[in-house]
Design a binder for this molecule. Structure first.
Ligand code: SF4
Length: 163
C-alpha cells in the first residue's frame, strides 16, 4: 500500500496565482501569460478545460505554472495529502533486441556491458534490497531475444519465488 503523508503545519501548498509566482520569463509572452491566467480561472471554477487549453498547456515552456495548476486539482480531489510508493527496482537483464531512441541502458546480445541475472540471482538480489518499508518491486528489463516471460510472486520478505 502507498503511504500517505500530511503536509507540515502552515504549508498550504496552494502557492500563488500563475502571474504572481512565475518569474517574468522571456520565453513566456504577455499573451501566453494572459492565456495561462484564463486557464487558471477555469481550474479554480472546476471547469473542464478545452482541447485547445490542453494543447496550450502542453506547449507552454512554463512547466512550473502547469505543475501548480495540476496540484490545485489534485488537492481539490484528494485534500492535503500526498502518497508515496517505496519501491525497489529489479532489472534482470539489460540485453534487449529493441532499439528505442531514448534508451542508453540496453545492450545488444553479445555487446560489452550486457548482463543477465539467473532467476535465483534475481530473487537473491530482491531479498538483499528488501526491507519492511518497501511497498513494491518494480521489475523491468530489456526484451531479451530468447528468454521467456516470468512471473514473480511476492512473499512476506521480498520476492518469494519465480514462476
Ligand atoms: S530496454 Fe526497454 S527502453 Fe531500452 S531499448 Fe529495450 S525496450 Fe527500449
Amino acid at each position: 500500500m502507498p503511504r500517505a503523508f500530511d503536509r507540515p503545519a502552515g504549508d498550504t501548498g496552494r502557492g500563488h496565482a500563475v502571474g504572481e509566482t512565475s518569474p517574468v520569463r522571456p520565453d513566456v509572452s504577455a499573451e501566453d501569460r494572459s492565456r495561462l491566467e484564463a486557464i487558471e480561472a477555469k481550474v479554480d471554477r472546476a471547469e473542464r478545460l478545452s482541447f485547445d487549453d490542453g494543447v496550450f498547456l502542453y506547449q507552454t515552456p512554463d512547466l512550473t505554472a502547469v505543475g501548480r495548476l495540476a496540484n490545485r486539482v489534485r488537492e481539490r480531489l484528494h485534500g492535503n495529502r500526498a502518497f508515496f510508493n517505496v519501491n525497489r527496482h529489479l532489472n534482470p537483464t539489460n540485453i534487449c533486441y529493441v532499439e528505442c531512441a531514448l534508451c542508453a541502458w540496453a545492450r545488444k546480445p553479445g555487446q560489452e556491458g550486457g548482463y543477465l541475472m539467473g532467476l535465483q540471482e534475481a530473487v537473491d538480489h530482491a531479498a538483499e534490497t528488501w526491507n519492511e518499508s518497501v511497498t513494491e518491486f518494480h521489475i523491468v528489463g530489456g526484451l531479451h531475444p530468447t528468454l521467456p516471460f516470468f512471473v514473480a510472486k511476492k512473499g512476506e520478505h521480498g520476492i518469494e519465488r519465480v514462476l
